[in-house]
Design a protein around this ligand. Structure first.
Ligand SMILES: NC(=O)c1ccc[n+]([C@@H]2O[C@H](COP(=O)([O-])OP(=O)(O)OC[C@H]3O[C@@H](n4cnc5c(N)ncnc54)[C@H](OP(=O)(O)O)[C@@H]3O)[C@@H](O)[C@H]2O)c1
Length: 315
């Protein structure tokens, strides 16, 4: 399933950007776009621009003319967005719009990455048409971003997701959190009242690659086909790595002050994506198993941390 297309990936030194670059390697021509100068053997070519700067985005796109733009660049931390709401808006909303403007001007297909955090988690199993209600500045600015993208470029595909896997720092995802902690014998909390349908980052990259050929536009939920609690995710990781699951203490996340027993369920319904793809999306356990198998190969490509096949040591 190789492609002759050229993909430009923003956020190319980030968690999803690098995973997408690894997946696309050998399947398409790839350009990694970063904010600061950065080179890695993952991408065929490298460029730099800040997505807040429309003229830089425009001039880069018009000189390189990628066929597909995968926009993973974002201020992706809830905490950093809470502390810097203006910057979060500039990057996640205005930056996203800038990428859509520039992609539209050169006729490139835009795949824009959004999040399950556009929902408040009161219900779960959210469909694309369900009402949004973000609980954080991050979610609000990402929602503004997806609205700006679709208003600017209606042919864009906005993918709401949540993912886990191997990240450049070795510390970015819930998978790494549990592998790191349990390998080192550290007791951790596993939340019983927090559900997501996170997808393994390589499986997400594969779905994005397939979706680019389908030319679907609008909102699409691309996550694992099941929803599990963070506690059950941790136990599944412990079982796959043969680590001590008793180190995971059943706990309740405090989502709203004084209402710690409330459940937050950010799971997304994937019926539409599975119908489009013509196949089932993997479960979280299948993603965890694949992540374990991929570790030896991905270690040298993505991780900057010192790791072994049994565990990940933090930077
Ligand atoms: N991680 C998750 O589970 C998750 C869940 C749902 C949705 N998402 C979405 O998935 C996408 C990728 O997230 P991620 O986890 O890969 O985040 P990440 O590791 O923080 O990567 C984000 C990238 O964006 C770049 N960036 C930030 N501001 C920029 C700007 N102004 N101009 C150009 N590039 C900029 C960062 O570059 P620097 O390194 O130079 O700052 C970084 O490489 C985001 O849209 C995020 O909202 C993530």
């Amino acid at each position: 399933m190789n492609s002759t297309k050229t993909w430009l990936v923003t956020g190319a030194n980030g968690f999803l950007g690098m995973n997408a670059g690894v997946f696309l390697s050998g399947k398409a021509q790839t350009i990694g776009a970063t904010r600061e100068p950065h080179t890695s053997p993952i991408f065929d070519k490298h460029v730099q621009f800040d997505i807040q700067d429309l003229s830089s985005v425009r001039s880069t796109f018009s000189s390189l003319k990628p066929d597909v733009v995968l926009n993973t660049a974002a201020l992706a931390s809830h905490q950093i967005c809470e502390e810097n709401p203006e910057l979060a808006h500039k990057v996640n909303a205005i930056g996203a719009k800038n990428v859509a403007i520039a992609a539209g001007e050169i006729g490139a297909q835009l795949l824009h990455i959004s999040t399950d955090a556009v929902f408040d988690g009161k219900f779960g199993n959210y469909r694309e048409a369900d009402a949004t209600s973000p609980f954080s500045i991050y979610g609000q600015t990402k929602l503004a971003g997806e609205q700006a993208v679709l208003a600017t470029l209606p042919t864009a595909l906005v993918v709401r997701t949540n993912f886990f896997g191997w990240s450049p720092t070795g510390t970015r995802s819930i998978l790494e959190f549990f592998v790191n902690s349990l390998t080192q014998g550290i007791r951790v909390d596993g939340y019983l009242n927090y559900f997501v349908s996170s997808i393994y980052a390589q499986d997400l990259s594969q779905a994005l690659f397939e979706l680019s050929d389908l030319r679907h536009s609008g909102l699409l939920h691309v996550v694992s086909s099941d929803s599990i609690s963070k506690y059950d995710f941790g136990v599944a990781v412990a079982e796959q790595w043969d680590l001590d699951a008793r180190l995971i203490q059943a706990a309740h996340a405090i989502h709203h002050e004084g209402t710690d027993s409330l459940t937050r369920d950010l799971s997304l319904n994937t019926d539409k994506a599975m119908e489009l793809l013509g196949r089932r999306l993997p479960t979280q356990l299948e993603g965890i198993q694949r992540a374990k198998m991929d570790l030896p190969v991905l270690r040298s490509k993505i991780l900057h941390a010192e790791i072994s096949a049994d565990g990940v040591k933090n930077d």
